[in-house]
Design a protein around this ligand. Structure first.
Ligand code: FES
Length: 102
């Protein structure tokens, strides 16, 4: 099971392959913004992928639409849409990095 390290809380969690970053983090009780309920409409679940970006699949159409609207660079992914692969990741949760409440 791949590990995902979240730098803001200096914590490493296991997320099953195929599960989204948001689902995995929430299963570990990690506060994470998801105002739209995981429907790729709000951007509050945004993460910056610091390591392991190449292991992730391409953005799905919903994520791609919002990413273009938000003019996101490729290393920014929606936690609610981005599925973990078999490779480890290091991420920054943007809302945490900004000091916002989840
Ligand atoms: S939870 Fe709203 S875009 Fe991911």
């Amino acid at each position: 099971m791949p590990t995902v390290r979240i730098i803001e809380i200096d914590r490493e969690i296991d997320i099953p392959e195929g599960q989204t970053i948001l689902q995995g983090a929430m299963a570990h009780g990690i506060a994470f913004g998801f105002v739209c309920g995981g429907n790729a409409a709000c951007g509050t679940c945004l993460v910056k992928v610091l390591e392991g970006l190449d292991s992730l699949g391409k953005r799905n159409p919903k994520e791609d639409f919002l990413a273009k609207a938000m003019m996101l660079d490729s290393e920014f992914r929606l936690g609610c849409q981005t599925e973990v692969s078999s490779a480890p990741l290091v991420i920054s949760i943007v809302s945490m990095a900004r000091g916002e409440r989840a």
